[in-house]
Write a protein that binds this ligand. Structure first.
Ligand code: NDP
Length: 485
């Protein structure tokens, strides 16, 4: 019998599901059991062509609609997503393995927030009037054209919406390629946008691995590429986009610092460290995986952390009491287990976890290492799994320098009850998305993105509008034209 997660077809193009079994089969594996639940096929060159040509053709008419009309469609899509939240959350859990306890509140809901927020902004995208004596200049905020979105596997619904909603609000069309690991959810986003009234071709979804992403990025009809992925992929995609002088948004990886001063509320700081390391089994780009704890509270912090980590409910992601699910794939599990071994070999002190959990599926115990030093592999490389490194520090100046000593710059957090110190420290941290006495909040109203190797551009908020539109300026002369001859 067909599994309920199996989509009607692999691709959604020009308002309908489209299949081409000539492409490489992509098995969809449920991470909690290792069972194959669906198959999709990578886009063939004919599918890539169909996706690009229909999206290109649809964009001009879409851009001619008023922002309010476009916004109404996005807001209707938000309502449909919320109505179907349970079904979409179950699918997100099948796609990623993340527990339903999380997906019910963090995925389709976050996607719906983006559709609603950018739907609301669409009618207010205006230019400026600049007086020049009796002449004047006016500016128009125009769509870029055809945009490509390429997603990572950790938040397939959210990423499809965080890219699609601002793109469509500005009058662009989008071809979205999900990660081959989690191909299911973006198809639902396309289906819902279409049901809400988006014209055929405005938001197409096609499947495939890196080559399909590469074919989209290099196509001359494409005006902008927005990628969520790792730094190495980001470098390749950015370079390929530069060849065609295309706009880019790069949301890449991180190794973010979370700094806990000894005047902090320990329970809240532990809560922040748990949210910043173990949510989605640690598969979150902005995670605060280098937890710097001031020496005065170190042992108290570790004791509280070990006790609360012991309360994680590891198990069936479809059971709403489960609070900690598996890694997305066997491969990702093995990568993370490799890092845990490195941590042990390089002399970090294991506080809890440190092993594969004893059950079917790709589960790893939530793991905490203490006495981690800056040079250890687990403190330098992005692990993308439930592995927290706790490092000690003495002074504010020292911790700022150590926190910034990384190629990454996505996020940073500070826990302290001294508010002038909180702001002073945050000001000096090289990161795009920061937190004071909190960690990993990502409301659509706030800009999200990194500095240094963690990326270029911002998602969400009014900032995203700037990255999905361009300004045309028009000089209007009222009098005669003076010329030299
Ligand atoms: P990857 O970089 O491996 O892949 C990202 C996407 O790019 C996938 O869809 C992938 O396809 C595609 N791709 C790979 N090669 C190319 C290419 N040459 N041209 C075009 N597209 C290509 O990332 P993961 O999926 O492994 O996701 C984890 C990474 O994403 C982590 O580093 C994480 O930090 C980052 N991330 C960043 C976020 C942010 O907002 N800053 C949020 C979430 C994750 P395929 O997978 O099918 O090969």
């Amino acid at each position: 019998m067909t599994h309920p997660a199996q989509p009607k077809a692999s691709h959604f193009i020009n308002g309908e599901y489209v299949e081409d079994t000539g492409g490489t089969p992509i098995p969809v594996i449920y991470a909690a059991t290792g069972e194959q639940i669906a198959t999709v096929y990578a886009a063939t060159p004919a599918i890539v062509e169909q996706a690009l040509s229909t999206s290109k053709a649809a964009q001009k008419e879409w851009a001619k609609m008023t922002g309010t009309e476009r916004g109404r469609i996005l807001r209707r899509a938000a309502d449909i997503m919320r109505e179907r939240n349970h079904e979409l959350s179950v699918l997100e859990t099948y796609d990623t393995g993340k527990p339903l306890q999380e997906t019910l509140v963090a995925d389709a809901t976050s996607g719906a927030d983006a559709l609603e927020y950018f739907g609301g902004l669409a009618g207010s995208l205006t230019g400026e009037h600049i007086p020049m004596g009796e002449d004047w200049v006016y500016t128009k905020r125009e769509a870029l054209g055809l945009c490509v979105g390429i997603g990572a596997w950790n938040y397939p619904t959210q990423i499809a919406c965080w890219k699609g909603a601002p793109a469509l609000a500005c009058g662009n069309s989008m071809v979205f390629k999900p990660s081959e690991t989690t191909p299911l959810c973006a198809l639902k986003v396309a289906e819902i946008l279409h049901e809400a009234g988006a014209p055929a071709g405005i938001y197409n979804v096609i499947q495939g691995m890196g080559e399909v992403g590469g074919a989209l990025v290099t196509d001359p009809r494409v005006d902008k590429v927005s990628l969520t992925g790792s730094v190495p992929t980001g470098k390749k995609v950015y370079a390929a986009a530069a060849e065609g002088m295309k706009h880019v948004t790069m949301e890449l990886g991180g190794k973010s610092p979370l700094i806990i001063f000894d005047d902090a509320d320990v329970d809240n700081a532990v809560g922040g460290a748990i949210n910043g390391n173990f949510y989605s089994s640690g598969q979150v780009c902005s995670n605060g995986t280098r937890v710097f704890v001031q020496k005065g509270i170190k042992e108290r912090f570790l004791a509280c952390l070990a006790e609360r980590t012991g309360n994680a409910v590891i198990g069936d992601p479809m059971d709403e009491t489960t609070s900690f699910g598996p890694m997305v794939t066997e491969n990702q599990m093995n990568i993370v287990l490799g890092y845990i071994e490195k941590g042990k070999e390089e002399g970090a002190r294991l506080i809890c976890g440190g092993e594969r959990a004893d059950m079917d599926g790709y589960y790893i115990q939530p793991t905490v290492f203490a006495d981690v030093t800056d040079d250890m592999t687990i403190a330098r490389e992005e692990i993308f799994g439930p592995v927290m490194s706790v490092l000690d520090f003495d002074t504010e100046e020292e911790v700022i320098a150590r926190a910034n000593d990384t190629e990454f710059g996505l996020s940073a957090g500070v826990f302290t009850n001294d508010f002038s110190r909180a702001h002073r420290v945050i000001d000096q941290l090289e990161a795009g998305s920061c937190f004071i006495n909190s960690y990993n909040d990502a409301p659509v109203e706030a800009p999200f993105g990194g500095v240094k190797a963690s990326g270029v551009g911002r998602e969400n908020s009014k900032e995203a509008i700037k990255h999905f539109s361009q300004v045309k300026s028009v000089y209007v002369r009222m009098g005669d034209v003076e010329a030299a001859f």
